[in-house]
Structure formats: structure tokens, C-alpha cells
Design a protein around this ligand. Structure first.
Ligand SMILES: [Zn+2]
Length: 89
């Protein structure tokens, strides 16, 4: 499948009972995203996706960025850091 942030071909791995996947993108790096957040990003302005690419790139080596829906209509997406095994802080 393609990277939800930049559209390049990326390796993906399903997780969390199919609610999210881990994306390993050559351009953006590795991050996790829920299906709902990926759908929302696909309909969002390109600047949103570019902003998350920057966040993924600035993520610490031993951590992984998770992009998910926030439930807040004003700021529909939120991020949190998890470790490489998918455990939240
Ligand atoms: Zn990418």
C-alpha cells in the first residue's frame, strides 16, 4: 500500500486487531496510523500531511509516532509517541 503521508510505495504491517497499521516509508520513516486517521488525512489539505511528515522525521530513534483521531472536531487528528513495540508512554 502507499504511504498515507506522501503517497510513495511503503511497507505496512497490520496491528491492534486491524485498527491501525505501522508504515515503513523510505521517505517519511516509520510511524503508526489508525485506519480512521489515514482516511481523514486522505481528505485533508496537503499541508496537513506535510506537517506530519516533519513530525515523523523528528521522532526520537527509539520511539514511534502514532497518528490517530482525537475526537475533537476543531483538531481532528492527534499524535502520541509509543515505543517500537507499540506500547504507549
Ligand atoms: Zn511517506
Amino acid at each position: 500500500m502507499n504511504c498515507p503521508l506522501c503517497g510513495a510505495e511503503a511497507q505496512t504491517q497490520e496491528g491492534d486487531f486491524g485498527r491501525r497499521r505501522v508504515i515503513a516509508c523510505r521517505d517519511c520513516g516509520e510511524y503508526a496510523i489508525t485506519h480512521a486517521a489515514a482516511d481523514r488525512l486522505a481528505r485533508a489539505p496537503k499541508e496537513w500531511r506535510d506537517g506530519y511528515v516533519e513530525l515523523v522525521r523528528s521522532c526520537p530513534q527509539d520511539k514511534r509516532l502514532l497518528i490517530r483521531l482525537s475526537g475533537d472536531p476543531a483538531r481532528p487528528l492527534t499524535t502520541e509517541l509509543e515505543d517500537r513495540h507499540g506500547n504507549r508512554e
